[in-house]
Design a protein around this ligand. Structure first.
Ligand SMILES: [Zn+2]
Length: 298
């Protein structure tokens, strides 16, 4: 068993196909521990985390990140993941939704997320302009929604499999696969991939039998799979006291003043990691004064 989560970037058929294959078991477990999520919500968050990490791996710059939010009509509300080149964090409006299993015995992820709504992808490219892509949810099962996003918003036909195998409290396996034929890829190669696609469908279960490097060998035998890069993955939040101070300052003098008058203190809890930041009355007054000095909005 791999001692760390990892993303493999692979090419097939001498670069005619780009593949990403990853294990995210520990990352998803960490997310489940933080949020105390129910199995169906762990599965939804885990699939979103895994898909977002694939987009995150494409971001190379230090200040670059990608935010994927799914705003469906299901009981989980909006779920959000933010990733950079190997790190991810996520949250949901309600991570404790309980739903009966589907008729086929699987977790009803689509029911928890909702079958209708929007998926949005915001790429923060540091100093450069942000890129925003939006698409309708196709199923709320998330893998198909990512595939649809790539096809519609990035004009890149893609096969996506995302899976989380979870018991009441433990994530047994989680991972994902993204297959993207490059422009000019021959039809025979695409046909081969489609023929093999049932092998990838239940990816988290497949991962209980073999590590991902072995799966790569097995699934793409005869297509010359080459692992180009391996990147460690983990759950990491970027919140800090400094950021929370900035958020408080951005409230402006008036709101800060009423916070001081009414509560006499503030407690800010990070949505992504549940770290709690406490501010005393004196600290809030200091922040209010600097809000004035930096011209925070009135
Ligand atoms: Zn945090």
């Amino acid at each position: 068993m791999a001692d760390r989560d990892e993303m493999l970037q692979i090419d097939l058929c001498d670069g005619q196909v780009r593949v990403m294959l990853c294990e995210t078991t520990k990352t998803v477990q960490r997310c489940a521990d933080i949020h105390g999520s129910t199995p169906v919500c762990t599965a939804a968050l885990g699939r979103l985390i895994t898909g977002t990490l694939m987009l995150g791996i494409m971001m190379k710059g230090e200040d670059e990140s990608v935010t994927v939010s799914l705003k469906g009509d299901g009981p989980m509300g909006t779920i959000v993941a933010v990733a950079d080149h190997g790190h991810v964090r996520a949250c949901a409006d309600d991570p404790r939704v309980v739903l009966p299993l589907r008729e086929d015995g699987k977790l009803d992820v689509g029911g928890a997320v909702g079958h209708q709504g929007r998926m949005s992808v915001i790429k923060d490219l540091g100093l450069k302009k942000n890129y925003i892509g939006q698409s309708e949810l196709v199923s709320g099962e998330i893998a198909m929604d990512f595939a649809n996003y790539f096809t519609v918003s990035e004009q890149q036909p893609s096969l996506v499999a995302l899976g989380v195998l979870v018991t009441e409290e433990t994530v047994l396996k989680a991972g994902g696969l993204l297959i993207q034929p490059m422009p000019g890829c021959p039809d025979e190669v695409i046909d081969q991939l489609e023929l093999r696609s049932p092998m990838f469908a239940d990816i988290s279960r497949e991962m209980t039998f073999a590590p991902i490097e072995q799966l790569c060998e097995d699934w793409f035998r005869g297509m010359n799979p080459r692992i180009l890069e391996k990147t460690p993955l983990d759950y990491r939040c970027t919140c800090s006291r400094n950021r929370m101070e900035k958020a408080l300052i951005s409230l402006g003098r008036k709101d800060l003043n009423s916070l001081i008058q009414e509560d006499g203190q503030a407690e800010l809890v990070c949505h992504f990691c549940h770290n709690c930041y406490r501010f005393t009355r004196e600290e809030l007054i200091e922040l209010m004064n600097s809000a004035g000095a930096t011209g925070g909005k009135e």
